[in-house]
Ligand binder design. Sequence first.
Ligand code: ARG
Length: 464
Amino acid sequence: MTVEKPWTGRFNAPTDAFVEAFTASVEFDQRLYHHDITGSIAHAKMLAKTKVLTATEAETIIAGLQRIEQKINRGEFVWSIALEDVHMNIEAALTADIGAVGKKLHTGRSRNDQVATDVRLYLRAEIIEIQQSLMCLMHTLLQVAEREYDSILPGFTHLQSAQPITFGHHLLAWFEMLQRDWQRLNDAQKRVNVLPLGAAALAGTSYPLDRHYTAELLGFAAVAENSLDAVSDRDFIIEFASAAALIMMHLSRFSEELILWSAAQFDFIDLGDAFCTGSSIMPQKKNPDVPELVRGKTGRVYGHLFALLTLMKAQPLAYNKDNQEDKEPLFDTVDTLKGALKVYADMLAAMTVKRDNMRNAARQGFTTATDLADYLVRKGVAFRDAHEVVGKAVRHCIAQPCALDALALTVLRQFSPLIDEDVYQVLSLEGSVAARNHFGGTAPVQVKAAIARAKTRLSAMKLK
Ligand code: ARG
């Protein structure tokens, strides 16, 4: 079947076959069909309201569009590359179905404002789904934090044992990052949820459109102020892609920890067989593929952000075909992000925490040395002098080797006569975490309070 392109009027020769395939986007933008049809139905209703179309014409068009959507849903729609993109495929099918009146749908509209509208409708819905996935992951984090609020592990700086912390506190750090990520999406959504339709090709249209009515029908919070801007800029996609890159950056850092903690040298957690894979050669292996893949996929999301920024940077006003290249990076960003968030929530819920191993690791590396220095400060020693005294005690222990709290009181007193029996509580892991008893600190009582606040914040989070 030869299909008639809607724009062949001024052409003498047919499109080169390769150029046809090269310029077509239907293979990937057919994914927008639901939003394309939703936008077209609103446009037709608006055209009837402003009497550009008769009520009967609009009704015929709308019924035809609904039939097409059902046909696509059933997988029976045949997409044609000759018809370039999702928009012309649907419009051609409409005219084939309802006859000449189908040709009136495109009155007062261009594919330029049409595609900008479709992408905004698509992204608006996806942002909501992504935010819901983020909330689900945050909820899981709080559940694990609640269970592990007083489990002790070594906290690291420079990946060297630094000070003991509670695992609940560690998990709440991830909660904070994810909440900021969620807020960034809410903020981006405000700039996504603006209607371009009515901008037509670039200059607006000579028909008496009611753009505010179309916006109302489609649930847009605002109408784009400037027709040139409305059809050309894709900053709202770039903004989303940068929020997505930040989420992936956070998940990638988190992945790095899960991978380290799964290694025999740490052995803090077990990710569960359902979330790991084996090796084809080494029978003993159980690999943390899921966090590794999330870490790896972070690269492609960063890549999409850069592709989009580069796509936009040299475009003069207004629409340029370059913008057709916004879709694949956007779609892949959405898919990658949704996949990563889903697998993360499931994986964390299934994770086993090896508390004894964490606790034993926290006992290595003199993690309560700072507590001993603070103890001496409370007895009147200047912090720098206390630091020096404890440094010497640590050096002595390294030579033994033994832990600080394994030294007898008489030995400890050789470093400072101010040390008393109560030092052993100070040197203990529980004593150390309990001492950090202030807002934002790692003490178990503080973690409990922080979890309660986080729950309240999570339930107050309102989608834009
Ligand atoms: N497929 C095009 C895109 O994704 C739709 C708009 C095309 N407009 C045009 N005048 N060629 O951007």
